[in-house]
Design a protein around this ligand. Structure first.
Ligand code: SAH
Ligand code: F3S
Length: 487
C-alpha cells in the first residue's frame, strides 16, 4: 500500500535544503557545493549560478568535505527559514575545521536582506551575493581567494539572466523551471520579497522560447514558467514593469502579456506540458484562463494564493482584491476549465486577525475546496509595512491553533478532490521512481496531483494513461492502460 506521496506540500517548503550536482566537465578542477532553500525561484537561480561557475572551472560536488567553495541560496520568507540557514552555517563551521581552505558564500534573499551585516554576524561567511548580482560571482570569488571578504547586493532594473543558459542540477530530465519575471511590485504588507528581489521586470519572450525549445530538444517534457507574479508578465522591449507607461506607442503596440506568452510557448512546443507559478488573484485576467482552455498542453492547474478570507485582513495585507472578487475569479475558472485544480497559500494569525476573520478564511476554503495548499503561521519580517505599522499581536498559541484548523480543513478538501479522480483514466507524465516503492513509477496528471502506478515496461518521460483505483489525500494510485497520444 502506498501512502501520502507528496503530503509534504503542506509542510513549510522553505525548510528543505537540497544540495545539487551536475554533470562533470573533465577540464574543471575546482569543486563547488551548492545548496538551495525556499521557493522554486531559488532552485532555478542556483542553476544559473552553477552555469556561471562551470565557466570558471568549477564542478559540483555533494561532499562538503572536499568543496573549495560552498554556496547557500537562502530564503528570508519566514523567520524559521532564516534560522534553518543559520543552523546550517554552524555545520559548515564544523566542516571547515577539516577543510580549512573552504570558502563560504551566501546567495539569495537573506544575503540581500542582511547585506554586509551577514559577515559580522556569521564569521564563517566570506561572501554575500544578492539575487541580481550572480554575474559578478567570478570577480567576487577572486576577491575571497585573495583573502578579502566580498559583497554585492545591488538590485538591478534589467537583470533577468535571460542570456545565461542554466545547467540543470539534479534534474529528472523530464520537468524544468524557466524563469520569466524577476522581482515583485505588489508590496503585500507581510512580504519581504519586494525588498530582497527588487522591482518587477520581465524577460524577453525570445530568450524564454529559446530556452523552452532547447529543453524540448534535450528530452524535457514539461516546463514551469516561474515568477513571483506571472500574470503581471509584460515585455515591451525591456525595463521595469512600472515604467511601461513611459514606453513608446510602438513598444506598447508590440508588447507581450502573460496570456500572449502562454500561447507562444504552447504553440512553440505543442507536445510539451506547460505549467506556471505563481498567480496573484488581483493580476490574473480572464484572457489567461481562456488561453489555458485553448491549448491542451497548458495544464489544468492554478496556484492562486489568497492568504486570508477576510476582507478586512486582505486590505491590511494590501492584497488588492476582495473575497467576493476572488470568488468571481474562482467561478470563472470553474466555468471555463471545469476540471481545473486550484491550490492556495494561507497565512494564519496576521496582526489584528479576529476569530471572525479566521472563520472567514475557513468559509472561503469551504467555498473553493482547494486541491492542496501551503499554509503558514504569520511571521513578522523586519522592514515590511506590517512590521512597521502593526503589532504582531496574535499569540503564538492562537496562530498555531488557527493554522491547525486551516490544515485540517485542507486535508479534508484534498481528500475530497483526490476522490473525484477515482475510476477515471488520466494522462500522467512519468517523472521518476515512487519514493515509497521501487516497483512503482511516480508522475503527475494535468492537475498536478501525484499519481503512482506499477512500472511495467514504461519509462521515465513517457506520457501514459493511468486508471485511478485508489487514493489518499495527496496521492492517486492506479494502473497504466497504455501510452497517451502525446507519447
Ligand atoms: N508571489 C510569491 C509569494 C512568495 S511567498 C510566489 O511566487 O509564490 C510564498 C508564500 O509565503 C506567500 O504566498 C505567503 O503565504 C507566505 N508568506 C510570505 N510572507 C510571509 C510571512 N511574513 N509570514 C508567513 N507567511 C508568509
Ligand atoms: Fe510577496 Fe505579495 Fe509579491 S506575497 S512576492 S509581495 S505578490
Amino acid at each position: 500500500m502506498i501512502k501520502n506521496e507528496g503530503i509534504e506540500k503542506i509542510i513549510d517548503e522553505s525548510q528543505q535544503g537540497n544540495s545539487l550536482t551536475l554533470e562533470k566537465n573533465e577540464k574543471n578542477t575546482r569543486k563547488l557545493y551548492i545548496e538551495s532553500y525556499g521557493c522554486q525561484m531559488n532552485f532555478s537561480d542556483s542553476e544559473i549560478v552553477a552555469s556561471i561557475l562551470a565557466k570558471e572551472g568549477f564542478n559540483t560536488t555533494q561532499k562538503l568535505e572536499e568543496a573549495d567553495l560552498v554556496l547557500v541560496n537562502t530564503c528570508s520568507i519566514r523567520e524559521k527559514a532564516e534560522l534553518t540557514i543559520r543552523k546550517r552555517l554552524e555545520k559548515f563551521n564544523a566542516v571547515k575545521k577539516t577543510n580549512p581552505g573552504m570558502k563560504v558564500g551566501v546567495l539569495g534573499c537573506m544575503a540581500e536582506r542582511l547585506k554586509s551585516k551577514f559577515l559580522e554576524e556569521e564569521k564563517i561567511v566570506d561572501m554575500v551575493v544578492g539575487p541580481d548580482a550572480y554575474k559578478d560571482l567570478p570577480n567576487l570569488i577572486q576577491e575571497i581567494n585573495e583573502g578579502r571578504n566580498a559583497v554585492n547586493v545591488i538590485l538591478s532594473k534589467d537583470e533577468t539572466y535571460g542570456d545565461v543558459a542554466p545547467v540543470r542540477l539534479n534534474s529528472n530530465g523530464v520537468t524544468a523551471f524557466v524563469s520569466i519575471t524577476r522581482g515583485c511590485d505588489n508590496m503585500c504588507t507581510f512580504c519581504v520579497v519586494p525588498f530582497t528581489r527588487g522591482r518587477e521586470r520581465s524577460r524577453d519572450p525570445k530568450s524564454i522560447l529559446e530556452e523552452v525549445n532547447d529543453l524540448w530538444e534535450r528530452g524535457f517534457k514539461e516546463v514551469t514558467l516561474l515568477g513571483q507574479n506571472v500574470d503581471s508578465y509584460l515585455w515591451y522591449g525591456g525595463g521595469l514593469k512600472k515604467d511601461f507607461e513611459k514606453a513608446s506607442e510602438m513598444q506598447k503596440a508590440v508588447s507581450v502579456n502573460f496570456a500572449n506568452l502562454l500561447e507562444l510557448v504552447a504553440r512553440a512546443q505543442p507536445k510539451m506540458r506547460i505549467r506556471f507559478s505563481t498567480s496573484n488573484p488581483q493580476d490574473m485576467t480572464l484572457d489567461v484562463i481562456e488561453s489555458m482552455a485553448k491549448y491542451e498542453n497548458i495544464c489544468d492547474y492554478i496556484h492562486l494564493p489568497v492568504q486570508s478570507g477576510s476582507n478586512r485582513i486582505l486590505k491590511a495585507m494590501n492584497r488588492l482584491h476582495t473575497r467576493e472578487e476572488y470568488f468571481k475569479l474562482i467561478d470563472n475558472i470553474r466555468k471555463i476549465i471545469p476540471d481545473c485544480a486550484i491550490s492556495q497559500d494561507m497565512i494564519a494569525g496576521f496582526p489584528t486577525e479576529t476569530e471572525e476573520d479566521h472563520q472567514d478564511t475557513l468559509s472561503l476554503m469551504e467555498y473553493v475546496k482547494y486541491d492542496y495548499g501551503f499554509m503558514f503561521a504569520y511571521s513578522e519580517r523586519p522592514g515590511t509595512m506590517a512590521a512597521r505599522k502593526l503589532d504582531d499581536d496574535i499569540p503564538e498559541q492562537t496562530k498555531k491553533r488557527r493554522l491547525q484548523e486551516i490544515i485540517e480543513i485542507q486535508r479534508k478538501h484534498s481528500f475530497f478532490r483526490t476522490q473525484q479522480h477515482m475510476g477515471k483514466t488520466e494522462e500522467v507524465l512519468i517523472e521518476g521512481v515512487s519514493k515509497k516503492s521501487d516497483a512503482h513509477w511516480m508522475g503527475r496528471n494535468s492537475q498536478n496531483t501525484v499519481v503512482v502506478f506499477p512500472k511495467e515496461n514504461y519509462k521515465v518521460g513517457d506520457f501514459v494513461h493511468v486508471k485511478i483505483n485508489e487514493c489518499t489525500s495527496a496521492t492517486l494510485i492506479g494502473e497504466a492502460v497504455g501510452y497517451s497520444k502525446n507519447n
